[in-house]
Design a protein around this ligand. Structure first.
Ligand SMILES: O=P(O)(O)OC[C@H]1O[C@H](OP(=O)(O)OP(=O)(O)O)[C@H](O)[C@@H]1O
Ligand code: HPA
Ligand SMILES: [Mg+2]
Length: 180
């Protein structure tokens, strides 16, 4: 599995450090606000676990499963809600935790959904931002790292369901997906 990676971009240590930094900012920003921290499954599961452990104030967590990439490297353009939240969000301060913002379609759609559900506020925390590919406007409030326009995997991010368990973020060798 490691031999499918062209280049490691961020190690587990890099990610740990950035989660601590973002977490201490979130602790200040959300003190007294009882945020509902939402993990966008599946990709965000590892970063979410890192970030919430660094939030040192009251916070609730919930999970949503949305998918737009299916098994490939290109967004299908359609966001499917596979699992919705368990709790109502009206009047809540929402913090969405993501692994990556790429075209922006997923988050553009999720932010619109939460605004429609009359939340008090909605902010975005993402491990990775790939601004070169943006098609829809998304303004992330907390960003771990900006990534180049390459297909990246690891630390939650997949290709055809694999690589999520890599303990780092790396660029997938193009020959792995080129002929699919
Ligand atoms: O900005 P976008 O172009 O919308 O891409 C970003 C989204 O795509 C990936 O999810 P995916 O749909 O592959 O589902 P997964 O998290 O279950 O892998 C990723 O986890 C983000 O949620
Ligand atoms: O670069 C990526 N890698 C894995 N999943 C993704 N979903 C959007 N962009 C990516
Ligand atoms: Mg994916």
């Amino acid at each position: 599995m490691n031999s499918d990676i062209k280049e490691v971009l961020y190690t587990r240590e890099d990610i740990k450090n950035i989660a601590e930094k973002i977490g201490s900012q979130l602790t200040k920003d959300y003190a007294g606000k009882n945020p509902l921290v939402i993990c966008v499954l599946k990709g965000a599961f590892l970063f979410m676990a890192d970030v919430v452990r660094e939030i040192k104030t009251y916070a609730e967590i919930d999970f949503m499963d949305v998918s737009s990439y299916g098994d490939g490297t290109e967004s299908t353009g359609e966001i499917k809600i596979i699992k919705d939240l368990d709790v109502p969000v009206e009047g809540r301060n929402i913090l969405i935790v993501e692994d990556i913002i790429d075209t922006g379609r997923t988050l553009n759609c999720l932010v619109a959904l939460f605004e429609h559900r009359k939340v008090a506020s909605v902010k975005i925390c993402t491990l990775l931002d790939k601004p070169d590919r943006r098609e829809k406007t998304v303004k992330p409030d907390y960003v771990g790292f900006k990534v180049p326009n390459e297909f990246v995997v690891g630390y939650g991010l997949d290709y055809q369901g694999f690589y999520r368990n890599l303990p780092y973020v790396g660029i997938l060798k193009p020959e792995i997906y080129k002929n699919n």
